[in-house]
Design a protein around this ligand. Structure first.
Ligand code: GAR
Length: 196
C-alpha cells in the first residue's frame, strides 16, 4: 500500500512508521513521500534519513489553514505518487473540504487525546491542566470537522499524581507510535475498505 505522511514538526511518528517498515513490521507498506508545510520541519530530515521522498509544499496561508491553490498542489503531488493512504502525523493545518473529499476514507489523523475530549492544539497540556486521571491518543478518519471524524483506535494512558507534563507527554508519544503502527498495519492488511 502506497502511503504518504504529512507532518509539520518533529516527525517522531513518521520515524516510528519508517522504522517499523525497516524492521519488517509494516512489510506491506510503501512510504511514497513525506510532505511538510514547514520548510525546516525535522520531519523532513527523518524522511531523508530513512530514504523516503520528502517535499515542502508551502501552505500559502498565514493562519491554521492551507489555501485553495496549495490544497490543489498537495492533492496533485499525492495523486502523482499514487498514494492510497494519507497519514496526518502531527500535520498542524486544517484541510479544505476538497482535500478531505479527495481522500475520503483513506486519510487518517493522529491526535494526542482520547477524542472527543481535548480537541485542537496542546491536547496533552489541556488534559493535564484539566486534571483528568486518564488521557491517551486517538487515530481517526479525517472529516470536515476538526478532530471529529470516525474513531478507528484509541490507547489510554494513566496520569499518576506524581506526573509532570513532560512525563505524560513522553508516555503519550510512546503510545501514539504503537497505535499508529497498528492502525497502518490494519490498513495494509485490508481491514479498512472504503469508509464513508
Ligand atoms: C503528536 O503528538 C500528534 O498527535 C500531534 O502532534 C504530535 C506530532 O509529533 N498532532 C496533533 O496535535 C494534531 N491535532 P511528532 O511530530 O513527533 O510525530
Amino acid at each position: 500500500m502506497k502511503i504518504a505522511v504529512l507532518a509539520s514538526g518533529r516527525g517522531s511518528n513518521a520515524a516510528a512508521l519508517f522504522k517499523a517498515k525497516e524492521s519488517g513490521i509494516l512489510r506491506d507498506a510503501e512510504f511514497a513521500c513525506l510532505i511538510s508545510d514547514k520548510p525546516d520541519a525535522p520531519a523532513l530530515e527523518e524522511a531523508k534519513l530513512h530514504g523516503v521522498e520528502y517535499v515542502y509544499i508551502p501552505p500559502e496561508h498565514q493562519g491554521a489553514k492551507i489555501s485553495e491553490t496549495a490544497c490543489l498542489k498537495y492533492i496533485e503531488f499525492l495523486k502523482s505518487r499514487n498514494v492510497e493512504l494519507v497519514v496526518l502525523a502531527g500535520f498542524m493545518r486544517i484541510l479544505p473540504p476538497a482535500f478531505v473529499e479527495a481522500f475520503q476514507g483513506n486519510m487518517i489523523n493522529l491526535h494526542p487525546s482520547l477524542l472527543p475530549s481535548f480537541k485542537g492544539k496542546d491536547a496533552i497540556k489541556q488534559a493535564f491542566e484539566y486534571g483528568v486521571k486518564i488521557c491517551g491518543c486517538t487515530v481517526h478518519f479525517v472529516s470536515n470537522e476538526l478532530d471529529a471524524g470516525k474513531i478507528i483506535a484509541q490507547k489510554a494512558v494513566e496520569i499518576l499524581p506524581s506526573d509532570t507534563l513532560q512525563a505524560i507527554e513522553s508516555r503519550v508519544h510512546e503510545a501514539e507510535h504503537n497505535l499508529l503502527i497498528s492502525v497502518v498495519s490494519d490498513f495494509c492488511s485490508g481491514k479498512f475498505q472504503k469508509n464513508a
